[in-house]
Design a protein around this ligand. Structure first.
Ligand code: PMP
Length: 353
């Protein structure tokens, strides 16, 4: 707190990101990064873009990248907004589409940045508890409200929600924007992108941080009807013209163009998730069914916080949330087979089986 801060800054409740530790090299299973490298074509495109053109500003409208995204999604460039990571896209969406006089709806438990954005925008939040199996109670989201945000799959649980359920939510909320956050959709859930032309109130947010192994270059995007996209552009251009740098633009375009590479990577991650789930089950863990690149696990006989510290001591970093209802759970990102073997061996030593 500082006497120099204005009242608005005093009221903020910032998000605390997962650790990016510097003390040693961990088996890093705590922030859902992709364990495999980006496509070689992406690295080459970034190298090629590192030329004398870096003295020039990047394209503020990200035209090339949007044209590529339009091609692969079957939409037009007018349906696409690109931001500095999907966190920025989500923040801009909260600022553009939700209002203090109408509560925004999201689940408890869900991605905790939503609460931060609601606070940032002075929004009332109508928080809907997940059911006993961590499923989204769809009917509760079908009541009149000032906007909705649902991740599919949800984080940190990994559970997905069906297209027909999302359709129900969209139909019930035609006067407000429904954001579906598809950060993890490529690991086995079903995308709602095909519904965009049918629903002017649907905004789909995706990221290159997970599926495309590019958390380090910060690119996310929104897909939705041009009226929504115009709103996002209006807001962005009132804050910062150049949110995506030249290297990121080049890398992102090459990533979108090399889906064959990433599909293979995602298949490997899904196989490793299935293998790890089976082994943990045999060790007595309960595992929430996951359609993401992470699993959410609990053991009836072992305290999650203790497990977290014991694993960290052994050089394995997972995510622990000191939060009601999930304080005995760990979220474990799916690494390579070798990393998951190390994780499993460490768990076995800790629980002594
Ligand atoms: N949505 C969800 C559900 C997430 O878990 C994350 C990653 N923490 C994001 C959005 C943001 O991802 P990024 O800003 O890297 O695109």
């Amino acid at each position: 707190m500082s006497k120099y801060w204005n009242e608005r800054i005093h009221k903020l409740e910032p998000y605390i990101p997962g650790e990016q530790p510097k003390d040693k090299r961990y088996v890093k299973l705590n922030t859902n990064e992709n364990p495999y490298p980006p496509s070689p074509k992406v690295l080459q495109a970034i190298r090629n873009a590192a030329d004398d053109q870096l003295r020039l500003y990047p394209d503020p409208n990200t035209d090339d990248l949007r044209a590529t995204l339009a091609e692969v999604t079957g939409l037009t460039s007018e349906h696409i907004f690109v931001g500095n990571g999907s966190d920025e896209v989500l923040a801009f969406s909260f600022m553009s589409f939700f209002s203090p006089d109408r509560p925004v709806m999201f689940a408890d438990i869900t991605y905790s940045f939503y609460k931060v954005y609601a606070n940032l925008c002075s929004l009332e939040a109508n928080i809907i508890p997940l059911d006993d199996e961590f499923k989204i109670p769809v009917d509760a989201f079908c009541k009149p409200n000032g906007g909705i945000v649902i991740p599919n799959p949800n984080a940190p649980t990994g559970r997905d929600i069906s297209l027909s359920s999302i359709r129900k939510v969209l139909d019930a909320n035609l006067d407000s924007v429904v954001i579906i956050d598809e950060a993890y959709v490529n690991f086995g859930a079903e995308s709602v992108v095909p519904l965009i032309k049918e629903y002017p109130n649907l905004l789909v947010v995706q990221t290159l941080s997970k599926y495309s192994s590019l958390a380090g270059i910060r690119v996310g995007f929104a897909l939705g009807n041009p009226e929504l996209i115009d709103g996002l552009n209006r807001l962005k251009n009132s804050i910062n013209s150049y949110t995506i740098d030249r290297l990121a633009l080049a890398g992102a375009k090459a990533a979108i163009e090399d889906d064959a590479y990433y599909q293979q990577v995602a298949d490997k991650i899904i196989t490793t998730r299935q293998k790890t789930t089976k082994i943990l089950h045999e060790l007595g863990f309960n595992i929430v069914p996951s359609h993401a690149n992470f699993i959410f696990i609990t053991h009836p006989s072992f305290n999650a916080e203790t497990l977290f510290y014991n694993l960290k001591e052994k050089g394995i970093l997972v995510r622990y949330f000191n939060q009601a209802r999930i304080s005995n759970y760990l979220r474990v990102s799916i690494g390579t087979d070798e990393e998951m073997n190390q994780f499993v061996e460490a768990i076995k030593e800790i629980i002594k089986v």
